[in-house]
Design a binder for this molecule. Structure first.
Ligand SMILES: [Fe+2]
Length: 117
């Protein structure tokens, strides 16, 4: 792995039907998503282990991000009005999250360039 390689997270779909998708994500130290949305799906996320940082922006205005830290046992929501990115900012501890989405969805990614104001 080169210095600039992103650290990848591992996504495991554990249940999926036409109404719901349940995914476990394993986050090695430093793993990060790009900015993204979940299309028309709403989501609920619970941290099973470790801690993750979430940055959230309004999907329409793409204004300044708000930042939240979610630790083991915390539950938070993803709405259809926002885009977000998540990162395990720990240098040593992995994190694990479980995600439940309301429907099958197309995840849209956003580049930093698209978010410049
Ligand atoms: Fe997400």
């Amino acid at each position: 792995m080169t210095h600039n390689s992103p650290i990848e997270y591992k996504r495991i779909v554990i249940y999926k039907d036409v109404d719901i998708e349940v995914t476990i994500i394993e986050w090695p130290p430093g793993a990060e998503t790009p900015w993204h949305d979940h299309g028309d799906a709403k989501g609920v996320i619970t941290v099973l282990d470790g801690r993750v940082r979430e940055s959230v922006r309004d999907k329409k205005t793409k204004g300044s991000p708000r930042t939240f830290f979610h630790s083991r046992g915390n539950t938070f929501f993803e709405t259809t009005d926002t885009i977000h990115k998540m990162k395990n900012i720990s240098l040593v501890q992995s994190a694990v999250t479980v995600h439940v989405y309301t429907a099958h969805f197309e995840m849209k990614e956003y580049t930093e360039e698209e978010l410049k104001q």
